[in-house]
Design a protein around this ligand. Structure first.
Ligand code: HEC
Ligand code: HEC
Ligand code: HEC
Ligand code: HEC
Ligand code: HEC
Ligand code: HEC
Ligand code: HEC
Length: 407
């Protein structure tokens, strides 16, 4: 432990004097922590598969289930091939992604000498990007280099400085609360977070949304004839709209200010008792598209004027429906029939026989101002594109869409 502290302290000195000429003999780099040794427990639906087979099968391919995974060749999406395995900061600093003795490592070099090397232990993220975490005893830290799917390249971890290689960012409980199934952790008065490693369950499993299933399984195993209504299990569908929304808003309303420890919220609870929004709820124009689907949706006319609308009006969470614009558009049309709710008022759209994409005009992808990435080999920062959940009329985007589609 003491030599960790020493190297960490030394690293600060180096970072601070980067501008000057530094001659540093690295004799005492940190030895990569061992990868997760114990078999990783999962909430992969094995307890449900005998009675809910199709839900379990599709769930295992959702971004929720894959949102955190043990670091392995088939879960780390960035490339370790020679020539593609570097993230270069400047002439002096780079990080190499390498595999040694079966361990995947991020190895930072300073003027060509080893500065620090840490293992990929946990992968966070699946669809659009990944960040990576490493263990230092029972503390978790985020690695300096992340991966960005749209360009299939290594990038500087979002929010990280571009002129230092930073290994010291602790992983707070909220990070795991939104990306994993379970973790016991302890935060001391100085804000240091320690985890009980054996309690970490990766991936968002059935339990995050349906609670403890023990009584449910026991009942239905012993009462097979009782097959119509599920007993002793939480299904958000039977709760109030605010409870249904809160079940998703726990993770989909941006970074909130915690009032209670991580992992104490249960589906059915009132989210505002567990955390407060970190943004001005009245100023929706300033909401970032990233991570705040709840804030944006609830500022939309669809939501305000329809007491039924919730996330499940458009999403079937058990299935990965990414890119299925026709499926999503069908769900718009269940309300926008032209009878109870108006159909599209765009003259160009009204002339079309069939419109199988309502989404690109009314929920366009917009650049995030929070997730801005430095991609390897490019100096211009890239703004991540996110589907806005403010369902509205976007005249310019609509014009451009019509032109692009030959109208
Ligand atoms: C022995 C059979 C069995 C097992 C195992 C089982 N269930 Fe069920 N479950 C049922 C039956 C029967 C129903 C009622 C019919 C239906 O909705 O499919 C049901 C219904 C449900 C419902 C809907 C409840 C409602 O009120 O609408 C949920 C949610 C659910 N199960 C979740 C789970 C989860 C999560 C697991 C695994 C952790 C699981 N079940 C394991 C038999 C089982
Ligand atoms: C425990 C936190 C958590 C809860 C609860 C949660 N989500 Fe998510 N959700 C996430 C995270 C994290 C991702 C990003 C996954 C990734 O790619 O790593 C995500 C991704 C998604 C996606 C995009 C992935 C895709 O398949 O297109 C949708 C849609 C979504 N969530 C809807 C919902 C809905 C609806 C609810 C409520 C029923 C919900 N989520 C509840 C954390 C959560
Ligand atoms: C991200 C949250 C989330 C996760 C994870 C999740 N569910 Fe659900 N589940 C829901 C919601 C929300 C509903 C209610 C949908 C609605 O309102 O129609 C639901 C409904 C159900 C139902 C009732 C029948 C149905 O099809 O609507 C069953 C059974 C069920 N879930 C089983 C499971 C099982 C088994 C798993 C894990 C393999 C799982 N769920 C994972 C959110 C989730
Ligand atoms: C309040 C919940 C929340 C917290 C806290 C949170 N995330 Fe996320 N994260 C999400 C959601 C929701 C998404 C996907 C939806 C979006 O982009 O709007 C996401 C997306 C991501 C993605 C991109 C994956 C993808 O496919 O979209 C990465 C990587 C990621 N988060 C890493 C982290 C790391 C690392 C931490 C902690 C240091 C963290 N997140 C903290 C909710 C959270
Ligand atoms: C649960 C029902 C429901 C669903 C599902 C729904 N909407 Fe709406 N939407 C409404 C209602 C109600 C209004 C308000 C209509 C009014 O009073 O003029 C509305 C209004 C709108 C408006 C006008 C917005 C404005 O600011 O003037 C647009 C555009 C729209 N919806 C598009 C969509 C699209 C696209 C989808 C699918 C992605 C969708 N809606 C899904 C109920 C719904
Ligand atoms: C009116 C329909 C509608 C409603 C209601 C809705 N969504 Fe979505 N959502 C969509 C569509 C359409 C997409 C785009 C899917 C795609 O691009 O493949 C999407 C995408 C997402 C994504 C991925 C965003 C990205 O660009 O990475 C997340 C996360 C998400 N929804 C969460 C939620 C949550 C949480 C709720 C409830 C607060 C919700 N959605 C309510 C229609 C809806
Ligand atoms: C090419 C882009 C585009 C597409 C695709 C599109 N819309 Fe629109 N929509 C518009 C524009 C632009 C307006 C505003 C028209 C006006 O007021 O002149 C509009 C208006 C609306 C309104 C408000 C109607 C009112 O009377 O207030 C609704 C609801 C709506 N659209 C729903 C839909 C649905 C549902 C679909 C898919 C079937 C769809 N739109 C597809 C561009 C589009």
């Amino acid at each position: 432990m003491s030599h960790h502290l020493l190297t960490r302290h030394r690293r600060h000195v180096i970072v601070l004097s980067l501008a000057g000429v530094i001659f540093w003999l690295n004799t005492q780099w940190i030895i990569p922590s061992a990868s997760l040794q114990t078999p990783t427990p999962t909430d992969d639906g094995h307890a449900c598969v005998s009675c809910h087979k199709s839900i379990v099968q599709t769930h295992l391919r959702t971004a929720h289930y894959l949102s955190s995974t043990p670091a392995r060749a088939n879960t780390i999406k960035g490339s370790f091939r020679n020539g593609r395995n570097r993230y270069v900061y400047n002439d002096h600093m780079e990080v190499n992604m390498e595999k040694k003795n079966g361990v995947f490592l991020q190895t930072a070099l300073f003027n060509g000498s080893l500065y620090e090397s840490e293992a990929f232990d946990i992968v966070i993220g699946w669809r659009k990007g990944q960040s990576y975490l490493y263990w230092d005893n029972n503390r978790l830290f985020q690695l300096p280099v992340s991966w960005y799917a749209p360009t299939d390249s290594w990038c500087n971890s979002p929010g990280y400085p571009t002129n230092i290689i930073y290994f010291n960012k602790q992983v707070p409980g909220q990070c795991m609360e939104c990306h994993a199934a379970a973790a016991n952790l302890y935060t001391d008065n100085n804000g240091a977070v320690t985890y009980d490693r054996n309690t970490i369950v990766l991936g968002i499993g059935c339990g995050r949304c349906h609670g403890d299933p023990a009584r449910h399984i026991a009942w239905h195993t012993t009462h097979p004839a009782d097959s119509l209504i599920g007993k002793f299990i939480i299904n958000a569908r039977h709760l109030t709209r605010q409870q249904r929304l809160d079940a998703c808003a726990l993770c989909h309303s941006g970074f909130r200010k915690p009032l209670q420890p991580s992992f104490t919220f249960q589906v059915g609870d009132t989210l505002d008792k567990f955390s407060e929004p970190n943004y001005d709820t009245a100023a929706t124009a300033t909401l970032d598209v990233h991570g705040n689907q709840y804030g944006l949706l609830t500022s939309s006319k669809c939501f305000i004027r329809s007491s039924a609308l919730d996330c499940s009006s458009c999403h079937n969470v058990h299935v990965d429906e990414t890119g299925k614009m026709e499926t999503y558009s069908q769900r718009c049309i269940t309300c926008h029939t032209g009878k109870d709710q108006p159909s599209c008022a765009s003259p160009a759209i009204r002339q079309m026989k069939e419109v199988n994409n309502c989404i690109d005009c009314h929920m366009p992808v917009l650049p995030s101002n929070k997730i801005i990435l430095q991609i390897n080999g490019s100096s211009a920062p890239v703004h991540d594109l996110v589907r806005t959940h403010r369902v509205a009329i976007y005249p310019e985007i609509s014009e451009a869409w019509l032109k692009a589609h030959g109208h």
